[in-house]
Design a protein around this ligand. Structure first.
Ligand code: IMP
Ligand code: MG
Length: 183
């Protein structure tokens, strides 16, 4: 028996669906960049950690991996619009091609803040890879260069995405259809 209640979670994207789509995104990235120019994939913590782990292994190029800690939510399911940097990049991105790797673009507020912040550091270019996008909730239009899936306006969990800091370790993406955490 898994630790979560399978009756309380609707699976949106199972492991096989995720891995197939991520392999395609990896092929696109491989085709779009050159092995001769510096490329760094920047995972936005914490939600992107599994997506980044799978995506970077689907990219057949020498890439640098770095992380940025951002927090916009607290424990609530509503974006506060206030973004806090909780951990900065470990190395300079000046002159490097950057792919920001996000779990989900929801209102777009977090990514808008991040793009502005990264632009001040003089990267060669900045593109965005996001596993999910909720177009119904857009407040700021964000161009997503590598998108996994568009989803309806539902709060999703699993494969890096949390509810109250739990359920990130579900191997699939699902919707909580119960009251409270489905644990
Ligand atoms: P935004 O600033 O509204 O675009 O929110 C971006 C961040 O909110 C994402 O990186 C997630 O960490 C979090 N978030 C937004 N929607 C969901 C969801 O459905 N499940 C879990 N986290 C979410
Ligand atoms: Mg996030």
């Amino acid at each position: 028996m898994p630790f979560y209640n399978t009756d309380k979670i609707d699976v949106l994207f199972d492991e096989e669906t995720l891995s197939q789509r991520i392999r395609q995104l990896g092929e696109q990235i491989t085709a779009d960049y050159s092995a001769d120019e510096p490329l760094v994939m920047v995972g936005v913590l914490k939600g992107s950690f599994l997506f980044l782990a799978d995506l970077c292994r689907a990219v057949d190029l020498p890439v640098e991996i770095d992380f940025l800690g951002l927090s916009s939510y607290g424990d609530s399911e509503q974006s506060s619009g206030v973004v806090r940097v909780t951990q900065d990049l470990s190395r300079s991105i000046e002159g490097k091609h950057v792919i920001v790797v996000e779990d989900i673009v929801d209102t777009g507020l977090t990514m808008a803040y991040l793009l502005e912040n990264l632009a001040t550091r003089n990267p060669a270019s900045v593109k965005i890879a996001s596993l999910l996008h909720k177009p119904a909730r857009t407040k700021v239009d964000i161009p997503i260069d590598y998108l996994g899936f568009e989803i309806p306006d539902r709060f999703v969990i699993g494969y890096g995405l949390d509810s109250q800091n739990k359920l990130r370790n579900l191997p699939f993406i699902g919707v909580n259809v119960g009251d409270g955490l489905p644990i």
